[in-house]
Design a protein around this ligand. Sequence first.
Ligand SMILES: Cc1cc2nc3c(=O)[nH]c(=O)nc-3n(C[C@H](O)[C@H](O)[C@H](O)COP(=O)(O)OP(=O)(O)OC[C@H]3O[C@@H](n4cnc5c(N)ncnc54)[C@H](O)[C@@H]3O)c2cc1C
Length: 456
Amino acid sequence: MKLRLAIVGAGPAGIYAADILLKYERSFDVSIDLFEQLPAPYGLVRYGVAPDHPRIKGVIGALRDIVDRGDIRIFGNVLYGRDITLDDLKKHYHAVIFSTGAVRDAGLDIPGVDLPGSFGAAEFVSWYDGHPDYPRTWPLTAQSVAVLGNGNVALDVARILAKHPDDLLPTDIPDNVYEGLVASPVTDVHVFGRRGPMQVKFTPLELRELGELRDVEMVLHEEDFHYDEASRRAIESNKQVFVIDKVFTKWRERAAEQAQGEAAPASRRLHLHFYAKPVEIVGDENGITSYRYERTEPDGSGGVRGTGEIREVPVQAVYRAIGYFGSPLDGIPFDDERGVIPNHEGQVLNHHNEVVSGVYATGWIKRGPVGLIGHTKSDAMETISHLINDQGSWWDPVDPSPEAIPQLLAERGVSWTDLDGWHRLDEHEVALGVPHERARIKVVDRDVMVRVSRGE
Ligand SMILES: Cc1cc2nc3c(=O)[nH]c(=O)nc-3n(C[C@H](O)[C@H](O)[C@H](O)COP(=O)(O)OP(=O)(O)OC[C@H]3O[C@@H](n4cnc5c(N)ncnc54)[C@H](O)[C@@H]3O)c2cc1C
């Protein structure tokens, strides 16, 4: 018996799921085909993780080691729902795992959210990480910018906006991104969170990094640091919160010293505002003029309540970093509220909460857009153990032969890329960096990516 498995989505979740299954002690053979809509693999590790986080980008090395073993067949530039359908998969595989992640911005329902100059973080991240399906240019015309959200993505967006672009040159940012950032007139980036400084979702490492940016001053507001009982308890009981408090305390001390000294002022500032609930993005069809928020206060149990006091900060652009959201897939149940495929530990459920045979989910599309890359591993383990135990209910494909898929894609005129193609693109990007003494320059144009990959 041989399990022919399709995995849709070559981010960390899909690649780890394949790896775990191949290494799992089992009584049957396995052959895996991995489908990915982009001509390059690695999902949000390539197209989400910030370019100036080389240590995390380095996860790509571990993922590459897995695919380079050659025991997973790759079909890049193949979109599930268009190039290949659920019916196709049922004809040629015993089961499918969806690991399609979450790439859209979660909605924010406040007036002005659709004004020109109001952006979702996911779009901006896709631009600066060189995603082929996003515009090459970005309107970086604002001097003062608001970033809404208190998670790591908000910090990524704020940091990329505030950082001097030359400090990004050692990274793999595409040329168009560098040029866009050089032209930006930004001087002030304001990050707003609804709750207090001890309730943030930042990880301490990412927060600390902000204070190390060259020629960027951190601006905090003393009124945000009168801790309530819940905040004090959080500092005592949670190591992460303890470190975050230390980081803020150091910045506050530094600001107090600077106020007394004569140090030259930085040319850019990064302001952190807490207890600020979104109310309105103010402006008209010509653009944004300010961001309006309601001051909140601690409610005693770690949450906040509104105070009715409305404040306004002049800004010309607003970035919403309030979360990502999954996208529905053709023929597969979808939870519109949570943006995930409904599932029980990775077994996909229909709208009557019954297990759908042969269909599994893993990663952000299974769990929602929270958690680090490492979490996708444990997640995949759970899904794979169900897949293996469910052997009796897998599909019964009419033609499980490996040749059927390339034939089908060729008949449909799909220009797919394979593992050798990914290597060619990788080598090409590294070569582009050599004359500029950069480790790599990403190729952004999808057609060019496909042509380079296919050696055309
Ligand atoms: C801005 C940002 C920064 C982050 N920074 C960090 C960090 O510093 N450290 C960290 O540990 N984690 C970070 N994360 C989290 C990390 O990226 C996720 O935990 C992880 O990528 C989720 O993996 P996944 O495989 O589920 O989804 P993804 O990485 O999104 O992969 C899904 C893949 O499926 C493909 N796909 C989608 N739909 C289809 C379709 N219909 N057909 C074919 N293919 C499809 C996509 O193109 C993509 O390649 C960050 C996330 C974001 C958004």
